[in-house]
Write a protein that binds this ligand. Structure first.
Ligand SMILES: Nc1ncnc2c1ncn2[C@@H]1O[C@H](COP(=O)(O)OP(=O)(O)OP(=O)(O)O)[C@@H](O)[C@H]1O
Length: 372
């Protein structure tokens, strides 16, 4: 939908902020521009809505050169969200969100109704509608910024470090919310960040830029983590990229053992009848199947003296990274898998997870080879 074709931006003082950048930004997905400070991310984003004009090259929106379109029409098709939200301080939350619909002549009531609908969509309590921005937390203000950008339902959303100014917990909430909204609305989002973890979490495609405004690599996050184009990208991804890559492999294929799961009312005879050769520990659950803790095999089960089972992983939704983390943190070295209701679904050892990781790597290498 958006095609950046050999674009260069030279500022009047001679700074080359972006150097012959070419990118095809796919429709209805999140493309993240990431890179160190000053590598030209913001300049690139602002060239898409013509807040900055390129010195050379062209940008096409739906196949049409944006230079040939009136700036106002272009910007109406693009919501824009910035760090610290940039809200109008003298307007209420509702009127902030209703700004663009009002400009488009929707009428007061219709615009406000739309604003109320959007508050709900971005997870803001309707009771905040009459407040002013200074009466909201940073995270809430950012949500207002997203709601305002979405108000006129533009197909494109440009987001410039929108979540950088909030603490990590709020930030995670905003990221999750963005992914949820994106699943519902399917916008074409271009998202700027300097945080590689945010890029990997949010991006369908990630463009890593290097100082001097050049593209270092453009790839889906899993491919970036597996196959960094050069040492710059590798360094930028950080030391634990192998572990982070495991987030892209589901835990669902893990071979889980169920024999070591015993409810607190299971009799010794019932336990003796099970095949527990591979399991040095038993996972004791309550009568509803929820884990209570570990007991050593061949000892009497005393629910008051169990080893803690740690944090379990949800087998339907969690990744191999989550499963590995559970096993590493578990005092027994075994991870507990639970279903959506928190009932024990099985247990798995570090060794089995290790084998699954090797299998997943081998499979992904074959798939990538075939795709080339
Ligand atoms: N108006 C301007 N005039 C001259 N140079 C500029 C101007 N705006 C940006 N630059 C320079 O262009 C380069 C790229 O800036 P840009 O803001 O696009 O980078 P960025 O990757 O978004 O950085 P950050 O992560 O720090 O926000 C920098 O060297 C910056 O100093």
């Amino acid at each position: 939908m958006i095609r950046i074709d050999s674009v260069t931006k030279r500022y009047p003082d001679g700074t080359v902020a972006v150097d012959r950048l070419s990118l095809e930004i796919p429709d209805r997905s999140i493309t993240v521009l990431v890179g160190p400070s000053g590598c030209g991310k913001t300049t690139t984003l602002r060239m898409i809505n013509r807040m900055v004009e390129p010195s050379e090259g062209t940008i096409l929106l739906d196949g049409k050169d944006i230079q040939q379109q009136p700036v106002n029409t272009l910007r109406r098709s693009m919501g824009y969200v910035i760090q610290n939200a940039g809200l109008f301080q003298h307007r209420t939350i509702l009127d902030n969100i209703a700004t663009v619909p009002r400009l488009l002549g929707w009428g007061k009531e219709k615009s406000r109704a739309r604003a109320r609908e959007l508050m709900e969509r971005v997870g803001l309590d309707g009771a905040l509608a009459k407040r002013y921005p200074y009466q909201l937390s940073g995270g809430q203000q950012q949500r207002v910024g997203v709601a305002r950008a979405l108000a006129a339902d533009p197909p494109v959303l440009l987001m410039d470090e929108p979540f950088s100014a909030v603490d990590p917990v709020v930030r995670k909430g905003l990221q999750d919310e963005l992914l949820r909204i994106q699943e519902e609305l399917g916008k074409t989002i271009v998202f700027v960040t300097h945080d590689i973890d945010e890029a990997v979490k949010l991006g369908t495609m990630v463009a890593v830029m290097r100082t001097g405004g050049r593209l270092a690599q453009f790839a889906p996050p899993a491919e970036l983590l597996t196959d960094p184009a050069d040492s710059f990208v590798e360094d930028f991804l950080g030391t634990d990229r192998g572990i982070r890559r495991l987030s892209f492999f589901p835990s669902a294929g893990l071979e889980l053992l169920t024999a070591p799961i015993v409810a607190s009312d299971t009799t010794d005879e019932q336990i003796a009848a099970r095949d527990l050769t591979d399991a040095p520990y038993l996972l004791v659950t309550d009568l509803d199947g929820k884990p209570l803790g570990w007991a050593e095999r061949d000892t009497e089960i005393d629910t008051a003296r169990l080893l803690p089972y740690g944090r379990p992983f949800v087998v339907a939704t969690d990744s191999l990274r989550a499963a590995l983390d559970c096993a590493v943190l578990s005092p027994t070295g075994w991870a507990v898998a639970v279903d959506g209701e928190g009932r024990a679904a099985g247990v798995v050892s570090q060794q089995t997870i290790g084998e699954a990781i090797r299998g997943a790597h081998a499979k992904s290498a074959t798939t990538q080879k075939a795709a080339r």
